[in-house]
Design a binder for this molecule. Structure first.
Ligand code: NFS
Length: 662
């Protein structure tokens, strides 16, 4: 008897996949099995940038002798393909940021009346960083200038993107030395497309340097713009309790899934879903209420700010339809499988596209317009409510969820280490110096149906915290940890090593912190910068005992993120195979040369145990270079006492209470 292949480590997802198979339906899991990747394209050896090809650069001595019709060598082809992917990832995050910037502008001028400025403090701080006067100006006046400044950064042609100066000084110097400071977001993306056009840049090293430059226009610009603006408009996250699982769908309520990436319309849906008229309408149609559920990065946005439950990441989207309980799946841009519209034909679910950039055949289109945002949100909700009566009893229904605490903005991480009056990164730095916390790892990125869903996220998260490594997580990686139930102080304390456990217990946080969506990887850059500025752990991000990992990646956006972390000085490991596997020269540049120049490197390691080993070794090497106490489990040096939550609350009782854990 052949052994059963597990598709997902998410038990609820696995049950639905089994139900799907037994009903003759299919999802990405089955399609991935049937559709093997082309090994030539998969390894970066296929050139299809002109119509003399596609040329396949294969053969026993391909690295040295294979050429395309034009004479392009394998390293050139491979590097060119890679640069295009990074540019596409940067474009996606940054175009999302551009929409956010226009929403901020129109909120400030009153043209988008449903939007207000929720975090004036963050707006004023950001204005200060980019040199916009604040004084006694109104928040709208400041917001208008901030938005216009950010919008100008997309089309800036010369000089340096202004947010670059938020990085540690030493890092900025490294970037200047190697000529990778981005000038303007759009300029770097356009130039990457030009360079990779037929017959332009023929030097793999130069092409890969350009990949780092365009990626910095993502991390320290596009993504960072988006995170900051979203916080200003909708509030900077603080911890919220919620639930995670596709099992969050309710039998007696109208289930509306908000899926995609840009949070503006989803925010409006959250607000409007609480209006008495809408709730009455749902009751008239026989439902007890409206159950909002997030998916992918939109889930992370509304989970971080409102505690809306997440149905999970990328691979759960088709499964949401298969429950037979989703009245509507509202989508905008990025990571939306066309397969959901096909699946929906067999169920009652309505797939609603809302962005003209992301139209889909067989979907209902209700175009989002920020000038009448709430009206659009009501229209989507009414469509879902009207669809409730069409629900049949078909579908795979498992009602099981895991508790999660999410909402760790860098501002909150700072606050939780000392309260309003003593907010700093000192306690974390001290804990690392003393060996209580061995280091920090970011576990981020996608799911990929070629890897058992969540299995590597799961394994690594558990192992790192067991080894006293603090984990920060975003994107579908965070959804994986949330669904597994690792993002609560209670459950995770059972698994954390003794040092990390003590630190987390003192502060009252989980050892795996949910930092948000994929654009919120910029929060990790900010946390790293604050740790450097706090002192004691070197004077650059490359000195920190920290590693970034995307174990189940699939998106071009993940590559852009990986590259900007490398350029920022971080050792980055991607799971699965390398998209440049075909060229040893390209792999050498991404590891040896990038490490020498930037202090960070990019490795692709399919074996999870090897990922863990390499990451821990890298952390220990950084500790050694910093001359920190050698990490030994359960044995720590002395450090400043961490203030417990209870002590801090006492100290602050006279002051306004911070929102805190809800
Ligand atoms: Ni990130 Fe968010 Fe998920 Fe991957 Fe897609 S949802 S932007 S790309 S799949 S982590």
């Amino acid at each position: 008897m052949s052994e059963k292949v597990i598709k997902s480590a998410d038990r609820v997802a696995e049950e639905i996949v089994e139900w799907v198979e037994s009903h003759g339906l299919e999802t990405a899991f089955e399609r991935a099995e049937r559709l093997k990747p082309c090994p030539i394209g998969h390894s970066g050896a296929c050139c299809k940038i002109c119509f003399m090809g596609p040329c396949r650069l294969v053969g026993p001595d391909a690295e040295e002798s294979a050429q395309g019709v034009c004479g392009a060598t394998l390293p050139v082809v491979s590097a060119r393909n890679f640069l295009r992917m990074v540019a596409a990832g940067t474009a996606a995050h940054s175009d999302h940021a551009r929409d956010m910037a226009y929403t901020l502008l129109e909120a400030a001028t009153g043209e988008a009346p449903d939007f207000t400025i929720k975090d004036e403090g963050k707006l004023r701080r950001l204005a200060g960083i980019i040199g916009i006067p604040t004084g006694d100006r109104t928040k709208e006046e400041i917001a208008k200038d901030v938005a216009e400044h950010i919008i100008s950064q997309f089309g800036q042609q010369k000089g340096e993107i202004s947010f670059i100066k938020r990085a540690p000084e030493k890092r900025q110097e490294v970037w200047r030395k190697w000529g990778i400071v981005p000038r303007g977001v759009d300029r770097e993306v356009a130039e990457a497309m030009h360079r990779t056009n037929m017959g332009v840049d023929q030097d793999p090293e130069n092409l890969l340097t350009a990949a780092l430059r365009v990626s910095l226009a993502d991390g320290w610009a596009g993504s960072m713009f988006s995170t900051d603006i979203t916080d200003i408009l909708f509030g900077t996250p603080t911890p919220r309790r919620s639930e995670a699982s596709i099992g969050i769908m309710k039998e007696d309520e109208v289930n509306v899934v908000v899926h995609g990436h840009e949070p503006s319309l989803a925010e409006m849906i959250v607000e409007v879903s609480q209006e008495p008229e809408i709730l009455d309408y749902a009751r008239q149609k026989g439902a007890k209420g409206i159950n909002l559920v997030g998916m992918c990065c939109t889930a992370n946005e509304v989970l971080m700010r409102h505690g809306i439950p997440t149905a999970g990441g990328f691979l759960n989207q088709e499964l949401a339809v298969m429950t037979g309980l989703a009245e509507a799946i509202m989508v905008d841009v990025q990571c939306i499988m066309p397969a959901i519209a096909q699946a929906a034909k067999k169920f009652h679910t309505k797939v609603v596209t809302t962005s003209n950039k992301g139209r889909m055949l067989d979907a209902v289109h209700i175009e989002y317009d920020e000038h009448r945002a709430k009206e659009v949100a009501r229209e989507v909700l009414r469509l879902a409510i009207d669809n409730y009566a069409n629900r049949t009893t078909e579908g795979s229904r498992v009602h099981e969820t895991a508790p999660v605490i999410a909402g760790f903005s860098h501002e909150y991480i700072e606050y939780m280490q000392g309260g309003r009056f003593r907010a700093s990164f000192r306690p974390l730095n001290d804990a690392i110096m003393a060996g209580r916390v061995r280091g920090v790892v970011g576990i981020v990125g996608c799911n990929n149906p070629r890897i058992t869903q969540d299995s590597v996220h799961d394994y690594l998260a558990k192992e790192f915290i067991r080894n006293d490594v603090l984990v920060v997580s975003t994107g579908c990686g965070a959804a994986a940890c949330a669904k597994a139930g690792y993002m609560t102080p209670e459950t995770a304390f059972e698994m954390a090593g003794p040092g990390l456990k003590e630190v987390c217990e003192a502060i009252g946080v989980p050892p795996i912190l949910h930092l948000g969506s994929c654009v919120d990887n910029s929060r990790i850059l900010t946390v790293a910068t604050h740790m450097v500025k706090e002192g004691g752990l070197g004077d650059d991000i490359s000195d920190l005992p920290a590693v970034g990992i995307a174990p189940e990646w699939m998106s071009e956006k993940a590559l852009a993120i990986g590259c900007y972390f490398v350029a920022s000085g971080v050792y980055v490991i991607f799971g699965s195979e390398s998209p440049v596997e075909s060229s040893s020269r390209v792999k050498e540049i991404m590891t040896k040369q990038w490490e020498e120049r930037f202090g960070g490197k990019l490795d692709f390691i399919p074996d999870p145990e090897e990922i863990l080993k390499k990451a821990l070794e890298a952390i220990d090497r950084k500790r050694e270079a910093l001359k920190l106490r050698k990490y030994e489990p359960g044995r720590f040096g002395t450090e400043r006492k961490l203030m417990s939550m209870a002590d801090r609350r006492k100290l602050e009782s006279a002051a306004r209470p911070h929102e805190g854990v809800k």
